[in-house]
Design a protein around this ligand. Sequence first.
Ligand code: 3PG
Length: 205
Amino acid sequence: MSRSVDEIMELAPVIPVLVIERVEDAAPIAEALVAGGLPALEVTMRTAAALDVMREMAKVPGAVVGAGTVLNPRQLDQALEAGAQFIVSPGLTEPLGKAAIQSGVAFLPGTATAGDIMRGMDMGLSRFKFFPAETSGGLAALKALAAPFHMVRFCPTGGIRADTAAAWLAEPAVKCVGGSWIVPKGPVDPGKIEALAREAASLSR
Ligand code: 3PG
């Protein structure tokens, strides 16, 4: 089933950003996140295992698996082939933007400036990742950008943590946030991941 970018952004207040090295970790992590109330899972294409991780996670009931760190049309094709239901990129290039729009997949490209947003709008986009959120001026910058672009909605990502997510989510232009804090580095602890997911899923927006 193909979901719109708004449907993806509305699944939960937080999209976990996942960097997974081992395919065998995919199912336990996805199960814990879904059980905790975070169904949208962004698997970053930064590891050799990423495509297999997406395939494994897609088998977990309730999981809506997407690809992150998608940098070009070749990686877009690989992610779609692996079953990605949404695509996240740290930035927006014309080749990637055109290919993603043509594919019809839900697409969240990164923006950090007014010019980035305007280039995206020229392509017909109005939903963006705001990246890297904390170091691009934080919430103050997001608020300033949201004023002229009142039709645009964001998923800020980059440096957001459990104790700062609520402030971002209180901003009307923010539909959800992304972050890696829900799955701590190191050996997989499903109980811990589920607890962190539950806390993130309970944030209001
Ligand atoms: C990323 O692409 O790594 C995300 O922005 C995650 O950032 P974080 O690790 O600061 O949550």
